[in-house]
Design a protein around this ligand. Sequence first.
Ligand SMILES: C[S@@+](CC[C@H](N)C(=O)[O-])C[C@H]1O[C@@H](n2cnc3c(N)ncnc32)[C@H](O)[C@@H]1O
Length: 323
Amino acid sequence: MSAACPKLRFHDYQPELASFRSAVLQGLARDNKWIPPKFFYDQRGSLLFEAILEQPEYYLPKVERQLLQTHAAEMAELIGPGSVLIEPGSGNCEKVRLLLAALSPAAYVPMDISGDFLFTSAHELGTDFPRLPIYATCLDFTHTMNLPGNVPDGRRVLFFPGSSLGNFEPVEAQHFLLRAGRLVGAGGGLLIGMDRKKDKRVLEAAYNDRAGITADFNLNLLARINQQLDGDFDLDAFAHYACYNELLGRIEMHLTSLKLQLVEVAGQSFQFLAGERIHTENSYKYDPAEFVALAQTAGFRNCRFWTDETGQFGIYYLVFPHD
Ligand SMILES: C[S@@+](CC[C@H](N)C(=O)[O-])C[C@H]1O[C@@H](n2cnc3c(N)ncnc32)[C@H](O)[C@@H]1O
């Protein structure tokens, strides 16, 4: 706690470096090389993602912010006062501010894997909302979303903006929603922002911004491996590649090797052919009916849906019913 944020607490369950090492070594040993996107987010990765949010081609945050702003009062009424708002992958904690103008929760629990960035973001929020109890929790939400023991009672509502659920394979997304249902319990809620399927050109432009920030964000994964796992990736020998896979309804991000090369990581050697890729992220897009069907398989019931005029993005409020 600090004088500026009397009600901020920080709980640190940051994953060990060993989990990063084993994911990278296993991922690079596969025929189709793959490193999960959660490893993008060291401090520099979080700052680069914040810069992506401001890119003109990246329509998602602008449309979502607009929807939150326009419908905050209705959302706040559905969530109700005195609730505990839990945000996995809270990033810079900016979107919740739009709700806080209309909502008086008993507590806010931002959760993120990027510890220092979470601490700074929660501190900035706590400075602006000094009466809001904040339980900032550094964790990997693919492993646990347990709340710290001192979080007050109150109806639990998961706030999951940014279409972050789209980073999961659909079956993993269903498992995440099942865990979310158990976390919020009977009568709890889920307010979730999901990107929609749309024109391939719009989607591909969003993940290939002209300023090259998404490319830097993607390549930063290799810089992180070099720094933390004693790697020797030559960042100039890899290129960012993002495309929309229409069949699977997902944006894919990859890093393409520009030549035949050997790379060392944590004492192990990996060969890359020219043109070979490391798959680093999927971002599944959902039509509203598809998303509602997915949430229903996890036990949620659809309550309310908001979208923009051109149908780019959707925000859903769902409840986890009593038996
Ligand atoms: C796509 S960004 C979204 C940020 C923010 N919610 C928004 O809408 O702007 C994903 C956020 O989730 C965090 N994150 C990604 N994987 C995570 C994981 N497995 N556990 C906890 N946080 C994670 C990242 O650090 C990042 O802040």
